[in-house]
Write a protein that binds this ligand. Structure first.
Ligand code: CO
Length: 146
């Protein structure tokens, strides 16, 4: 009887221990899932602000845009008619701002050295895609609304 009791007690300890370990494992994976949900939630809220990648700057009368690391800082923006956009080259390399194909507005800057600027006031509703001629992979889009 004593030996049987000890064996039964030993089995109970093993079973309870195993159940506790299993509970802790499943808790761990639950919290990992919650973390992923949080990440997805924050990603979707930031993409809401961007509105399909287009940054809404219609509250601004003037937009300052840096050209940095071979990239237009705000490459896809929505502005109101009458808004002045100023590009400033922050790179050592020289860049320009030129309308790509048929745009609503004909942008055409000189090659800008570091620190030089180009300003353009948008007066027509429509889309203007532009690029940097020496580096045509550098692209931007201006969407002008009433
Ligand atoms: Co360039």
């Amino acid at each position: 009887m004593n030996k049987v009791s000890i064996i039964v007690a030993g089995l109970v300890v093993l079973l309870v221990g195993g159940a506790v370990a299993a509970t802790q494992l499943s808790k761990g994976s639950d919290s990992d899932m919650a973390g992923m949900d949080d990440m997805q939630a924050s990603q979707s809220s930031s993409s809401d602000q961007m509105d399909n990648g287009e940054q809404d700057l219609t509250a601004q009368k003037e937009v300052m845009m840096d050209i940095t690391d071979f990239d237009f800082e705000q490459a896809n923006i929505k502005i109101k008619v009458g808004t002045k956009v100023t590009w400033t080259n922050q790179d050592t390399a020289r860049h320009n701002v030129v309308t790509d194909g048929d745009g609503a507005e004909a942008l055409k800057s000189e090659l800008l050295a570091k620190g030089e600027r180009y300003s353009y006031t948008f007066t027509k509703v429509g889309m203007t895609q532009y690029l940097c001629e020496p580096h045509p992979y550098m692209k931007g889009m201006i969407h002008v609304v009433e």
